[in-house]
Design a protein around this ligand. Structure first.
Ligand SMILES: Cc1cc2nc3c(=O)[nH]c(=O)nc-3n(C[C@H](O)[C@H](O)[C@H](O)COP(=O)(O)OP(=O)(O)OC[C@H]3O[C@@H](n4cnc5c(N)ncnc54)[C@H](O)[C@@H]3O)c2cc1C
Length: 365
């Protein structure tokens, strides 16, 4: 059996590794990048909760910071701190992480072809050469285009922009999330530690806001950071759509951001990409692609809950966010999942403020 994986990101590499670990199939991964992990466009934050749920580990050498707490800021700068007994998660060096994944794939006999921008013409030709094709080519997926699937609609794709800057005073064990109309309307801003006195400071807003996203980020940096040096700047789309009922189209399977498996609320897609990649890989080895849709049902359910929560949160006014954080004071997290805890907090808010419950009821059922 011959399998072609388009995209050498976490989803594609997880898929390739799973197939190679379970079979003797011939697996080729192709990517337009000239180096594995080149120019990563990601804050690198992953939660321990999701790592454990998906069942993968990260080599220590790929971790730039251990996250002990997450702070969520309201527009009035009041914040709620999320801190459990153990580390909340990690911040990855995405380049090293992808290189480590690629080494495993090559170690198991997989082939990685770099520097090839895949076109629909290539796919047309390759469909007769391979038994399975895996679309792991991210949010602007040529495989989706070839399959004739629609683009993600306006509110369901965010534009993420991020700068890596120096910020000596920033606690390297803390991630911060900021909400509010003037921070990132219908999105949020983040600060993640980047190791060595660096931080990754960014935000995501729906793509239809276009150029304003850069202005939002510059304003956010100006308000929160007094003195800094910019190391780099990146921008990329982040799908925040519902996860579809199927990722299988004949002998083609979509994984990761191309599916999309990304968490619609946080925009986090590394763990989700690995989960979908592994599941697709397993289904390919079993020769039953239908198993793929079934085995990621838990992720689909989780993402669809997060999608509804995104709709509620992104319709909050600044006053609603201020109230949410007020209600969260004294709130003891039950899990290590930000999404699950935010959901509990929103429900708690709506129970305490029935006027708000009526306003958001349409999204919650
Ligand atoms: C600013 C920003 C910050 C983020 N922060 C986080 C975070 O902190 N935590 C988190 O979990 N997620 C984060 N994400 C999301 C995360 O980066 C993605 O969800 C994740 O990378 C998805 O993995 P993937 O393998 O599906 O796709 P990708 O990582 O996008 O990999 C796709 C690969 O396909 C290749 N490719 C694309 N088109 C072609 C083509 N035509 N031909 C050949 N190769 C092609 C690309 O070069 C790429 O290597 C962030 C995203 C952005 C934009």
């Amino acid at each position: 059996m011959k399998v072609l994986v388009i995209g050498c990101g976490p989803a594609g590499l997880a898929c390739a590794e799973k197939i190679l670990a379970l079979t003797e199939f011939e697996v080729t991964v192709v990517d337009k990048k000239s180096r594995v992990g080149e120019n990563p466009r990601c804050a690198g934050g992953i939660s321990r909760y999701m790592m454990e749920k998906v069942g993968f580990s990260v080599p220590k050498s790929c971790i730039v910071a251990n996250l002990k707490r997450v702070r969520i800021y309201a527009p009035n700068m009041d914040y709620w701190e999320f801190k459990g007994d153990k580390d909340y998660g990690y911040v990855l060096n995405r380049e090293l992480f992808e290189q480590a994944m690629a080494e495993k794939v090559e170690g198991l006999g997989g082939k990685i072809v770099l520097g090839h921008l895949v076109s629909t013409k290539d796919l047309e030709f390759w469909q007769s050469q391979y038994n399975y094709i895996v679309g792991a080519d991210g949010p602007v997926s040529v495989v989706r285009q070839w399959l004739g699937l629609p683009n993600f609609s306006g509110g369901d794709v965010h534009l993420g922009v991020q700068k890596t800057i120096t910020m000596d005073s920033y606690p390297q064990d803390t991630a911060e999330l900021y909400f509010g109309e003037n921070v990132a309307s219908e999105g949020y801003a983040w600060i993640f530690p980047g190791g060595n006195s660096l931080v990754r400071i960014g935000l995501g807003v729906p793509v239809w806001r276009g150029w304003r996203v850069h202005q939002f980020l510059d304003n956010f940096i100006e308000r929160n950071v007094y003195d800094h040096r910019e190391i780099n700047s990146i921008a990329k789309q982040i799908p925040t759509a519902k996860m579809p009922e199927t990722g299988v189209y004949g002998k083609v399977v979509l994984v990761g951001d191309a599916l999309p498996s990304t968490d619609p609320l946080t925009g986090g897609g590394v763990c989700q990409g690995i989960a979908s990649g592994q599941a697709a890989g397993r289904a390919i080895t079993e020769g039953h692609l239908g198993n793929y849709d079934r085995s990621i049902n838990w992720l689909r359910k989780q993402n669809n809950r997060r999608y509804r929560l995104k709709q509620v949160l992104y319709s909050f006014s600044d006053q609603d966010f201020n109230k949410l954080i007020e209600v969260m004071h004294g709130f003891k997290p039950k899990t290590m999942s930000i999404g699950a805890e935010l959901r509990r907090a929103v429900i708690r808010l709506l129970l305490r403020k029935p006027r708000l419950a009526r306003k958001f009821f349409k999204y919650l059922h």
